[in-house]
Design a binder for this molecule. Structure first.
Ligand SMILES: [Zn+2]
Length: 438
């Protein structure tokens, strides 16, 4: 009985999150605030009352029309609410009722979350639910507009780190001292690079400049430009979106100047631009290697650093430090897989491969689930669509598929099939763990 009530509660909560996702999906590509103004009808602009804003039920009661102007409300609203509710309740059932996952703590641990209980594991469940919901929002926006709303994945990543810090849980691989050191050093390096870009010392890559979201009507396009570093989608067919760079060079040039303060208007070479991204990543790579070398060759530093992870010395802090280390390490590894593929493939082919939005998606996955899950998503190519993306890229098909939905589906499958996949890839992965943890 309690179980049924809990399931109904989780489903209702999921539909409410879905209702919020609808706001995100509608407003973020239009560069509008998701907090203000409150819900209003996009057609007549009238404020939507709370009783007309109840997930699923209100849409059905109004028969999909605005109460005031009778303009039809897209079925996407009720579908997203329903799918979010089902996803969240499905995740709950899979983890806590069906217990599809027995293995915990990454690859080497066999203790497993046998006693997994919602009363103790709820921070983990919130993080995983946030991940699944964030992926749904990214998938829909990417599918419709060819951009990934990056703040969604940043929020997901923060929830992942917070959940790890609040209560370390068995579905997040605990970071070793070595992984945490590398992760902290790399983050410092990324912050240095971000500061250098902000201070104008390092010029950002043109490839990172987002295309304008596709599929919005001319009059409802944002007047301000989408934020820099919003996920982009390269290589679209001109006729697919109607604002091809060649077709409207002037507009394109203006956009670039506005968004990055660029001096060169044309003659953008993808190879040269992606090398800028290598430069951006350089401080992180150097610092990460320095941290690794420090732990490896200076025993005193190693002893001091590892002490923080020792549960015997820090019973409260130790596991939390390790969990946060695992989360941040996962964030970096997840992002690095796709950013690495993007750099290598762009250098090799002279055309832009993969978008920065995809980098942020897998980084968010890693922050919630640890480094193993995004690696499985990346390498389980038939599941995640990496194979499809590579095929389309190599065969020079001009129009690229929105890749966010693939990554989202791949991630959900990997979360559920984790045990099976880990047993399958374990021999190779254990070697990789040793390599990475030094
Ligand atoms: Zn209306």
């Amino acid at each position: 009985m309690v179980e049924i009530l809990l399931i109904i509660f989780v489903f209702a909560l999921g539909t409410c999150i879905g209702s919020f996702l609808n706001v995100v999906i509608y407003r973020m590509p239009r560069d509008e605030s998701i907090a203000w103004p409150p819900s209003h009808c996009p057609s007549c602009g009238r404020h939507i009352r709370w009783y007309d804003n109840i997930p699923i039920l209100s849409w059905l009661a109004l028969r999909g029309r605005c109460r005031y102007c009778k303009t039809s409300i897209s079925a996407q609203y009720i579908i997203v609410e329903l799918v979010t509710g089902l996803l969240v309740v499905g995740l709950y059932a899979a983890y806590f009722i069906e217990r599809v996952r027995v293995l915990g703590l990454g690859i080497n641990d066999r203790a497993g979350p046998a006693q997994l209980n919602i009363l103790t594991a709820w921070p983990m469940f919130i993080a995983h639910a946030a991940l699944v919901c964030g992926l749904l929002a990214c998938a829909v926006v990417d599918w419709r507009h060819y951009i990934v709303p990056l703040p969604v994945m940043w929020t997901v990543a923060l929830v992942g780190v917070a959940a790890a810090a609040f209560r370390p849980h068995p579905f997040l691989a605990q970071g070793t001292a070595g992984q945490a050191a590398v992760a902290v050093a790399a983050c410092v390096g990324l912050l240095i690079s971000l500061y250098a870009v902000r201070a104008g010392l390092l010029r950002p890559s043109f490839l990172e400049v987002p295309d304008r979201p596709v599929g919005l009507d001319e009059d409802e396009r944002p007047r301000s430009q989408p934020r820099r570093r919003a996920g982009d989608r390269p290589n679209r067919l001109p006729e697919a979106d109607g604002h091809d760079p060649q077709a409207r060079p002037q507009q394109r040039r203006k956009e670039q100047r506005q968004s990055v303060g660029a001096t060169a208007d044309d003659g953008i070479s993808p190879r040269r631009e992606v090398l800028r991204e290598v430069l951006f990543l350089l401080p992180a790579a150097v610092l990460a290697m320095a941290a690794w070398a420090l732990l490896h060759y200076v025993p005193a530093a190693n002893a001091w650093w590892s002490g923080w992870f020792d549960p015997a010395r820090h019973p409260v802090l130790g596991p939390r430090v390790a969990a946060v280390g695992g989360s941040v390490f996962g964030f970096l590894i997840g992002g690095l897989w796709i950013w690495g593929l993007r750099i290598v493939a762009t250098l090799a082919a002279g055309r832009e491969a993969m978008g920065m939005g995809d980098v942020h998606i897998l980084a968010g996955v890693g922050a919630v689930a640890g480094w193993v899950v995004p690696s499985l998503v990346f390498f389980a190519a038939p599941v995640s669509g990496v194979a499809v993306a590579l095929y389309l890229f190599l065969t020079r098909r001009q129009r690229e598929l929105p890749y966010g939905p693939w990554l989202a589906i791949g991630t959900v499958l990997v979360l559920l099939l984790y045990d099976v996949l880990v047993r399958f890839v374990e021999p190779g992965a254990t070697g990789l763990v040793r390599l990475l943890s030094g």
